[in-house]
Design a protein around this ligand. Structure first.
Ligand SMILES: [Zn+2]
Length: 333
């Protein structure tokens, strides 16, 4: 392990276990941000998946560590603390998008350790076969769906003016994954229409990627998981005109009202992007709280419509002490 990483882990541990650290975190809350829990740890560790995916072993390791150092509470307990005062800082888990693996791989472990969580759904995807472009394009380029599908997509990308960087195929696994990560990030600037067209050029998978409403309701019935909206189509809010923003907000809110018995009064911005106009609209649509992706800790003084979170990658889940280092730094990396 690199010296720097060792120092981060050790000073983070000291912070969490010292009176100074405990005092500073008294009354504060930590909101963790996750996306997917894959069935396989080495697959989750590759750079193009690392940020959005954790593996089951890493996730279990994280849950054990969290239970040791924190009170793991439902999200609303962070904003509206109950009467029970605790010495330990509070932490809560949030998952973005509504991936099917949240039910298949994350939930059994949440249940085993009795850790509550909130899942934020991009509601157009729930119960449909509509696919997340990042996943479909990324995995097709990675070769997960065969060489033929990969070549077809490479041609479509060329036609869209976004050719895959040249030596991609010759790189070793780690470098190829890193190159893919950078390439996928560069595609974020394409229009939703182009991204849809490219996603359509990827082969159909046998299973839908997103949760269905039956899964949503049974997770909710467990009492351990609650749900909130994360856009309808996952379009980035800051790029929408007022009318389309209103449609995204009302469609996602109404889908949650129809599909769940107790949806959260908390919105979660797609990609975290928000500005004053977006925040005002979210409040107008009946949400007193909203989650961004800015890193930080909840101390009761934050803008309730742009609450900070700490992202959990496979690397962090394997080394949760890195989280205490970020807490020590006030949420900065
Ligand atoms: Zn998202």
């Amino acid at each position: 392990m690199a010296i720097k990483q060792l120092l981060k882990r050790t000073s983070g541990w000291l912070y969490l276990n010292s009176p100074v650290g405990r005092n500073q975190l008294q009354g504060a809350g930590v909101i963790l941000m996750l996306h997917r829990v894959l069935a396989d740890d080495p697959a989750a560790a590759l750079p193009h998946r690392n940020e959005l995916c954790v593996g089951p072993k890493a996730f279990e390791h994280l849950l054990v560590w969290l239970k040791k150092h924190f009170d793991c509470v439902p999200l609303m307990e962070i904003f509206q603390p109950g009467k029970v005062r605790s010495e330990r800082p509070k932490i809560t888990l949030t998952f973005d998008d509504g991936w099917r693996d949240n039910a298949l791989n994350a939930y059994p472990l949440l249940q085993k350790y009795q850790v509550p969580a909130s899942i934020f759904l991009s509601t157009d995807f729930i119960g449909s076969r509509q696919r997340f472009w990042w996943e479909s394009i990324g995995e097709t380029l990675w070769g997960s769906h065969g060489r033929r599908a990969q070549l077809l997509l490479i041609t479509s990308l060329q036609q869209a003016g976004r050719p895959l960087p040249e030596p991609f195929a010759e790189l070793d696994v780690e470098r190829r994954s890193l190159a893919l990560l950078h390439f996928l990030q560069s595609l974020k600037t394409l229009s939703p229409m182009t991204l849809n067209r490219l996603t359509d050029a990827c082969p159909d998978e046998s299973l839908p990627q997103a949760l269905d409403w039956h899964q949503v309701r049974s997770l909710e019935a467990s009492g351990l998981v609650r749900f909130g909206p994360h856009g309808a189509s996952h379009a980035i809010f800051t790029g929408l005109d007022d009318q389309r923003l209103h449609e995204e907000l009302s469609r996602s809110r109404d889908a949650l009202r129809d599909g769940c018995s107790r949806p959260l009064p908390v919105y979660c911005y797609p990609n975290g992007d928000n500005d004053a106009r977006v925040r005002e609209q979210v409040a107008t649509h009946g949400f007193p709280f909203a989650l961004g992706t800015g890193t930080g800790i909840y101390r009761g003084t934050n803008d309730p419509l742009n609450l900070p979170r700490l992202g959990v990658s496979q690397r962090v889940a394997c080394n949760p002490q890195l989280l205490s280092w970020r807490l020590y730094r006030g949420g900065r990396a």
